[in-house]
Design a protein. Structure first.
Lengths: 121, 121
DNA sequence: CAGAATCCATTCGGATACTG
DNA sequence: CAGTATCCGAATGGATTCTG
């Protein structure tokens, strides 16, 4: 099919070689392997600073507790920043951190592809 | 930071516009939002036809039941094919389907980035 | 508005043991 | 080898209620 890089033992140059061991990737991948996590990263990037309600709207019927948890985790992981303004009504804005934006760059193509899959199914 | 596409109401051209609603993406994203799922896609792609044991090795201490479930789901979702040979000892090979390979293309950059994050942390 | 808190059913994922 | 079967604790995620 498309060309497939070989994973021969001596291709240890991490530039070209595929990863030989996926064990340590969990630290990064696990927080992303949760419901809505990747979508939250991308939607936050697309909206720029995004308010809670805006993010919530882009999903159909997510419970606030679930989304809240996800947001907390992504803030914790350093992908999102959370700015709270002492206004009335209160306002909270989430935004991508630099690290989060790097991640979003990798995620966007995936979500676009996912979108395409949905439409043609 | 990096340029951020605007999501104005009239940019309905799905070529340039970001996705406005992430509701329907669950169908594609949910199976991927499970532990090891994305890694399994990529490692299978990297290995070419991959045997169960080979895949298992690339993860540290995954339980067989978990990996088995994940593999089944990805076969079910149409990303992996499963070929069983009536030999002794038995041999089973997993491989990416065409659809799975498309997905892998989107996933590889992500996993490479994840790997980099791990090393510099 | 943006959630935190609580409760709860379901699911997930790991450990272990067993099989063709 | 490549799983399946079973059990179980932990985590997930939803509904609902409440709050500053």
């Amino acid at each position: 099919m498309t060309e497939r890089p070989d994973v021969s033992a001596d291709s240890l140059n991490s530039q070209n070689a595929e990863i030989a061991c996926y064990c340590p990737l969990g630290g990064v991948m696990d927080p992303l392997s949760r419901r809505y996590a990747m979508q939250v990263i991308c939607v936050t990037g697309a909206l720029g600073p995004a308010r809670y309600g805006e993010i919530e709207e882009t999903f159909g019927g997510v419970s606030s507790s679930t989304l809240s948890t996800r947001l907390d985790e992504l803030v914790e992981a350093g992908y999102l920043s959370r700015e709270q303004y002492a206004e009335i009504p209160p306002r909270v804005e989430y935004d991508l951190t630099e690290k989060g934006d790097e991640l979003r760059e990798k995620l966007d193509p995936l979500l676009e592809w996912a979108e395409k899959q949905e439409t043609l199914s």
